[in-house]
Design a protein. Structure first.
Length: 316
C-alpha cells in the first residue's frame, strides 16, 4: 500500500535531477562557446593564478609549521632562547670627581643627601686628616642610570672642581651571551637529572652525580656573572674625593705695619731677656766662687802686714 507513493516520489526526484543537470550542461556549453579563443588565454591565466595561490598556501602552511616547531622548541627545556635584536642596551657608567671644599665633612653629608634623594646609596665612605691641618673624604656612590647625569652635575658644583672623568661601556653582547649560556646550562642540568632518574647501576649514578655537580657549579658561576652585570648596568658608580685647602689664603697686603713692628720688637726684647737670664744663671756659680776668692785675698795682706810691723821692745 505504501510502495506506490515512495516510487512516484523517487521518480519525481530523479526527473528534477536530470533536468538540473541538463540545464547546467547547457549553460556550460554556452559559456565556452561565447568565450572562444579568449577562453584559452583566460584559462591559462586562471591556471597560473591557481598555481600561484596553491604555492602561496603551501608556503604559508610551511611557515606556520616552522613557527609552530620553533614555538614548541622554545617551550622545551633543552632549547636555548635566542636573543631579541630589539632588546634594550646595557651600559656600565662610571665617573670620578675631585672637588675642593671648605669643609669635607659637610660636603660629604650633602653628597649623601643628594644620592639618597635620587634613589641611590653610599657603597663606601672614609674620612682622614692630612698633615694635621685639613680633612679629606672619599666616597663611592651608586645611583640609578636615569639619575646619573643630574647627580653628577650637582656633585661637581659642590665646590672648586679639581678633576672629572667619566666612562661608559656597552655590555649588551656580554649580557645576551651570559643569558644564552645560562639557558643552555640549565637545559644541560635538566638532561643529566633525567638520566640520573633512569640510571640503574651504581657506577652510572656516581658518574652522573659528578657531572651534575660540575654543571651546577658552572651554572652558579654564570648566574653570579649575570647578577654582577645587572647590578653594574642598573646602578652607575661615582667615586667622589672631597679635599679641604691645605692653607688659608694669604692677605694681599704683605707690607709690615706698626702692629707688626711692635710685635716683632717685643718678641726680640723678650728673647734678649731670656738669653740674659740664661747667661746669668749659667755664670752664677762661677761668680760666687770668684767673689769669695776676692774677699779672702783682700783680707790676707792685712794680716801679714800687721804681723810684720810688730817689733820686740828695746833693751829687753
Amino acid at each position: 500500500m505504501q510502495a506506490a507513493p515512495i516510487t512516484r516520489t523517487h521518480r519525481r526526484t530523479a526527473r528534477r535531477t536530470r533536468t538540473r543537470t541538463g540545464l547546467a550542461a547547457g549553460l556550460l556549453t554556452a559559456v565556452l562557446a561565447l568565450s572562444g579563443c579568449g577562453a584559452g588565454d583566460g584559462a591559462s591565466s586562471s591556471d597560473e593564478r591557481a598555481l600561484s595561490a596553491d604555492a602561496q598556501n603551501k608556503s604559508d602552511a610551511s611557515a606556520g609549521k616552522a613557527a609552530a616547531d620553533l614555538k614548541e622548541g622554545a617551550a622545551e627545556p633543552g632549547t636555548p632562547k635566542k636573543p631579541n635584536p630589539a632588546a634594550a642596551t646595557h651600559v656600565i657608567r662610571t665617573a670620578s670627581l675631585s672637588v675642593e671644599v671648605k669643609s669635607a665633612s659637610r660636603a660629604a653629608a650633602a653628597a649623601r643627601t643628594v644620592v639618597q634623594n635620587a634613589g641611590g646609596l653610599v657603597a663606601n665612605e672614609s674620612t682622614e686628616q692630612v698633615d694635621d691641618t685639613h680633612d679629606s673624604s672619599h666616597l663611592v656612590l651608586r645611583v640609578p642610570q636615569a639619575e646619573y647625569d643630574g647627580v653628577l652635575r650637582e656633585l661637581s658644583g659642590a665646590g672648586k672642581l679639581i678633576s672629572r672623568s667619566s666612562a661608559a661601556k656597552d655590555v649588551t653582547d656580554q649580557v645576551v651571551d651570559v643569558e644564552s649560556r645560562i639557558a643552555t646550562q640549565r637545559a644541560s642540568v635538566a638532561r643529566v637529572r633525567k638520566l640520573m632518574d633512569r640510571a640503574d647501576k651504581l657506577a652510572d649514578v656516581v658518574t652522573l652525580e659528578g657531572e651534575l655537580s660540575s654543571r651546577q657549579a658552572s651554572l652558579e658561576s654564570l648566574l653570579a656573572q649575570q647578577a654582577s652585570l645587572k647590578d653594574r648596568t642598573t646602578l652607575a658608580t661615582i667615586t667622589l674625593d672631597l679635599m679641604e685647602p691645605e692653607s688659608a689664603p694669604e692677605d694681599d697686603n704683605d707690607d709690615p705695619g706698626f702692629v707688626d713692628a711692635l710685635s716683632g720688637g717685643w718678641h726680640a726684647f723678650l728673647t734678649m731677656l731670656r738669653w740674659l737670664a740664661m747667661a746669668v744663671g749659667a755664670a752664677a756659680p762661677f761668680l760666687a766662687v770668684a767673689a769669695v776668692l776676692v774677699i779672702l785675698w783682700r783680707r790676707l795682706p792685712r794680716r801679714r802686714g800687721g804681723k810684720a810691723g810688730q817689733r820686740p821692745p828695746a833693751g829687753g
